[in-house]
Design a protein around this ligand. Structure first.
Ligand SMILES: *Cc1c(COP(=O)(O)O)cnc(C)c1O
Length: 385
């Protein structure tokens, strides 16, 4: 087989399974509206849950940060790329979430890769929820540690896997709010099972942070659980991008020595850190409460209005409201119908989700208005008939 055949075969296979992924060029992709291909759509595909991506104070903080620090950080944080802006953001995050330390990463993907690669060796075992994000499962399967997956949100199955003898350390991995299902993990039970076996817990709260809990502290705070390792990302509720790991002093010191994604990579621009500080201030303020309340109201409106004769209501009180269709082709078709009616939605197919559970992943955001939700429901019910 030649290189060309190898590439062509892989593409043909994807295409024939209706699983080919494509990108759309958008003129504007975050916020209430999505502009693409010369048309305006109501946007039900954005993770900008609190509508912060265009927030004037946050935009201004980034602009002023760029004027003060320049547009780039100039290096890895271990060389010259760790500024007073990075340090201030780390301190504010740690204080907000009740940890000794926070370490910044350029993305959630990098943070998950870094923490798992730096901590896990060949005698160790990772026990991860089966539906964990690709960045976690990919890091876990590339790591020399043994990977076991427990049934989604099933602490009993987790307990059984943890009780098997393990020569090294065990790390339990789950998410606060699951990215493709919108449901929450039973964190207290999961943490109790982990502690029972002296395992540590890593929670990736990409979809909970900023959006739920008092002052937007997320899923762990809401469930009164303090995992040993907490990953938060800034591309969703914060409306920006980047990530942080929250941990103890000694783990932070360890990661600074052994996390290659920190050491061998340019740190985020200081101006971005300034924008993130402004986003954090909004999230913690009264305005943040108001934004979360509006989002909760819109979620409630959607769930109350969905006709369950046509669609199955997901077990989700988050901004992620998936409609599970099953078949790839059907999911693509439904997404097309919605788009033709002016609602931008994405069909999510395997391998992102388990085979036979292709779905529309609808996301609601604070930037929507009641009439947008009503329009979505109207179009969905028209398509479902
Ligand atoms: C989006 C996401 C990530 C990746 O974060 P980025 O900052 O976008 O790289 C990691 N984990 C979960 C659960 C996510 O949903």
């Amino acid at each position: 087989m030649t290189w060309q055949q190898k590439i062509d075969d892989a593409l043909t296979l994807r295409r024939s399974a209706d699983a080919l992924r494509r990108r759309y060029v958008v003129t504007q992709g975050a916020g209430r509206w999505l502009l693409a291909e010369g048309r305006q759509y109501l946007n039900f595909s954005s993770n900008d849950y609190l509508g912060l991506s265009h927030h004037p104070q946050i935009v201004c903080a980034w602009q002023q940060g760029a004027e003060r620090f320049g547009v780039g950080s100039g290096g890895s944080g271990h060389v010259s790329g760790y500024s007073i802006a990075h340090q201030a953001l780390e301190d504010e995050l740690a204080q907000w979430l009740g940890y000794s330390r926070a370490l910044l990463f350029i993305s959630g993907f990098a943070a998950n890769q870094a923490v798992i690669t730096a901590l896990m060796g060949k005698d160790d075992r990772i026990v991860a929820d089966r539906l964990s994000h690709a960045s976690l499962l990919e890091a876990a399967s590339l790591s020399p540690a043994v990977l076991r997956r427990f049934t989604h949100n099933d602490p009993q199955h987790l307990a059984r896997l943890l009780s098997a003898p393990c020569p090294g350390q065990q790390l339990v991995v789950t998410e606060g709010v699951f990215s493709m299902d919108g449901d929450s993990a039973p964190l207290a039970e999961i943490h109790a099972e982990a502690q029972h076996q002296n395992a540590w817990l890593l929670v990736d709260d990409a979809h909970g942070i900023g959006v739920s809990g008092e002052e937007g502290r997320g899923s762990c705070f809401r469930q009164q659980v303090k995992p040993e390792l907490l990953v938060v990302t800034f591309g969703k509720g914060f409306g920006v991008s980047g990530a942080a790991i929250l941990c103890s002093d000694s783990v932070a010191d360890y990661l600074l020595q052994f996390a290659r994604h920190l050491i061998y990579s340019t740190s985020m621009p200081p101006a971005q850190a300034q924008a993130l500080r402004a986003a954090l201030a909004v999230i913690r303020s009264r305005e943040g409460d108001e934004r979360r309340e509006k989002l909760a109201m819109l979620i409630q409106r959607f769930r109350a209005g969905l006709d369950i004769a046509d669609f199955t209501l997901a077990n989700s009180d988050s901004a992620i409201q998936p409609l599970i269709v099953g078949d790839n082709h059907k999911a693509l078709q439904l997404a097309e119908v919605l788009r033709a009616q002016g609602c931008w939605v994405t069909a999510i197919r395997p391998p992102t989700v388990p085979v036979g559970t292709a779905r529309l992943r609808l996301t609601l955001t604070q930037a929507h208005e009641c009439q947008d939700i009503d329009r979505l429901l109207e179009v969905l019910h028209g398509a479902g008939q």
